[in-house]
Design a protein around this ligand. Structure first.
Ligand SMILES: CC(C)(COP(=O)([O-])OP(=O)(O)OC[C@H]1O[C@@H](n2cnc3c(N)ncnc32)[C@H](O)[C@@H]1OP(=O)(O)O)[C@@H](O)C(=O)NCCC(=O)NCCSC(=O)/C=C/C[N+](C)(C)C
Length: 259
């Protein structure tokens, strides 16, 4: 349980997240993930990082129960800072990061994959921001990197999810594979990237980040201002406290909601 790192082949490091039952990360988990990704990228022998997860889904976002347990604001501030660190670690990792996504990728999970360099997904993967059902805001910055603007807005306002096949149609998912093939398919892409020169691949990543039209760290920080406003106004607690008491948008599949 937690965040672990392995290097299964030359030049490739795999960072694995494992927080049962659904990979909803506590504050410490976001920071541990950030540390693992940054240190993998700093290793001069590493030329590509694969970010993956064990269990039922890739990521269920922030551990909402940790927020609910806290009578004050420390957990909320911690979750926001921890998410910010983890998202930035993926973006700023010295080498390309391939996200290997299965099952659900929700909330903070979108911040991770939106900032990744490439995404390989299994055919059961769904992506979405249930934040409005959770009294939270944020990660529109990252969803906007995965789908066009109007789809991002509709997904955000409804809390619906999009499938891996839908994201592939928008060009953000590199490959969709059967569930049993995810590890091999993500390693295959990582191996191809890691075959490049280590200095050049680092320069390539820095160059691509440098021409990004959106400064993702600043953009997400701007969004977080509204998260804190929702917190101060009381609406965040009121909505978040419905968690566990009624079905969420994410619990209904995108197809069911559309029918
Ligand atoms: C689709 C989900 C993730 C899984 O569905 P399932 O049917 O496989 O599992 P089940 O719903 O029965 O859940 C199993 C247990 O896990 C608990 N759970 C689920 N999600 C969370 C969570 N995010 N935090 C804490 N605990 C969670 C659930 O209550 C069950 O516990 P018990 O066995 O009953 O004790 C489905 O669970 C789902 O849709 N979950 C909600 C996901 C969600 O809303 N994520 C967004 C969180 S908000 C966020 O990330 C915001 C970030 C903003 N910012 C960065 C600004 C802080």
């Amino acid at each position: 349980m937690g965040v672990s790192t392995s290097c299964p082949e030359d030049g490739v490091c795999v960072v694995t997240v494992d927080f049962p039952p659904v990979n909803a990360l506590p504050v410490r988990g976001w920071y541990d993930l950030a540390d693992a990704v940054r240190s993998a990228g700093r290793d001069p022998g590493v030329r590509c990082v694969v970010l993956t997860a064990e269990g039922r889904g890739f990521n269920a976002g922030v551990d909402i129960k940790e927020l609910q347990r806290d009578p004050g604001n420390a957990a909320l501030i911690g979750a926001n800072r921890g998410c910010s660190e983890a998202f930035a670690a993926v973006y700023e990792c010295e080498v390309p990061v391939v996200a290997a996504v299965h099952g659900f990728c929700l909330g903070g999970g979108i911040g991770l994959v939106g900032n990744a360099d490439a995404i390989v997904a299994s055919d059961d993967a769904v992506f979405g921001l249930p934040e409005l059902d959770r009294g939270a805001l944020g990660a529109a910055t990252h969803l906007a990197r995965l789908v066009p603007q109007h789809l991002m807005r509709a997904l955000y306002y409804t809390s619906r999810t999009a499938t891996a096949a839908e994201l592939q149609a928008h060009g953000s998912v590199w490959r969709v594979v059967e569930q049993g093939e995810l590890a091999a398919a993500s390693l295959e892409l990582a191996r191809e990237i890691a075959a490049k020169d280590g200095t050049l691949i680092r320069l390539a990543k820095a160059a691509i980040n440098g021409i990004d039209p959106v400064d993702v760290r600043r953009s997400y920080r701007f969004e977080q201002g509204f998260t804190f406003e929702a917190g101060l106004s009381g609406v965040a607690d009121r909505v978040r406290d419905t968690f566990g008491k009624e079905p969420s948008g994410a619990e209904k599949s995108g197809k069911e909601q559309q029918s």
